[in-house]
Design a protein around this ligand. Sequence first.
Ligand code: MG
Length: 369
Amino acid sequence: MSVIGVLLCGGSSQRMGFNKLTTPLGEFTALERSASLLAHTGCDRLVIAVTAETRPAAEALHLPVPVTLCDRGSTRGQSVLNALRAAQGQPGDIAVIHDAARCFQSPDAVRAAIDSAKENGSGVASLPMTDSVFDTDTQQPLDRSRLVRTQTPQAFRYEEILAAYEQAGDQNATDDAALYARFIGPVTFTPGCSTGYKLTTVEDWNFAGASCIRPRTGTGFDTHVLGEGRKLILGGVEIPFEKGLIAHSDGDVLLHALMDALLGAASLGDIGHLFPDKDPQYESISSRILLREVARRLREQRFTVAHVDVTVIAQRPKLAPYFPQAIQNIAEDLGIQPDQVSLKATTTEGMNDEGRGLCISAQAIANLI
Ligand code: MG
């Protein structure tokens, strides 16, 4: 006996305006999440019903079980029938039908449906009604204790659900349980999960996106020696002072620490590696240009800067008056709001090399989402 996962990717996402199954949602797409869910909860192989648009993403899946693709039908029911036929299952096999748009369904819900189908012939993930339900025609409340909301997965004996779909012909059904009840027998309901909701509206998508956020943090530190005949530039602001920071670039220690924090949060290395100080193209370059390049790389990796905080360690000059402009510069270069940037300054009360006026240092922390 084998357990066949039937994954439905036939939706056209018309309500979303983009392909909800193949657009990344956090680290993975809904298609990847749903396929992985079935492959890791007891399915021995998968059959995926796809559109022409979704097919390349399904072909690129890396799963620990074999995958067969088939074309979707003109209705959900036709897609299920296509997939069941393509599966070429044997009597006694179990078919686990799942909507790919329910990509956050819990593994326990899948296992419960499969176990029930093995024992009872069917296992349909469902939830009790927690809201009151009202019949607007009769103006009567319904007895919600007798009602459940069905989700997927819905698992059945392969030959029975195939027979139900073949008998249904052109009669479309909203789900597999309805056809099973009509043509085969009473359905056994198993516990679903509130996370098994179907990504249907843009609100669902935004809610799901928020739940996928994995905050990342990076720190950065830099020091440059103060010397005569150099401009002092911090946060992209030229600050009047008798000395400046000695470096291959403009020596903007504040932005250097900040860039290392940003790169660290994204695990993209450090500025010494990205912008080598042996490379003549970076000689005397404005560190703001480098910061914009770091921002571009973060966007490329789909990171968003949530907040950055930098402390500059200098005995002199007084830096606070220049910070509003530096905050503006950083916000502009990173494409964020000024209130997402914090700058602070401290002395070391005359101690250490900073306190003796030999150098200026900066330490930074960055949070990405
Ligand atoms: Mg530096």
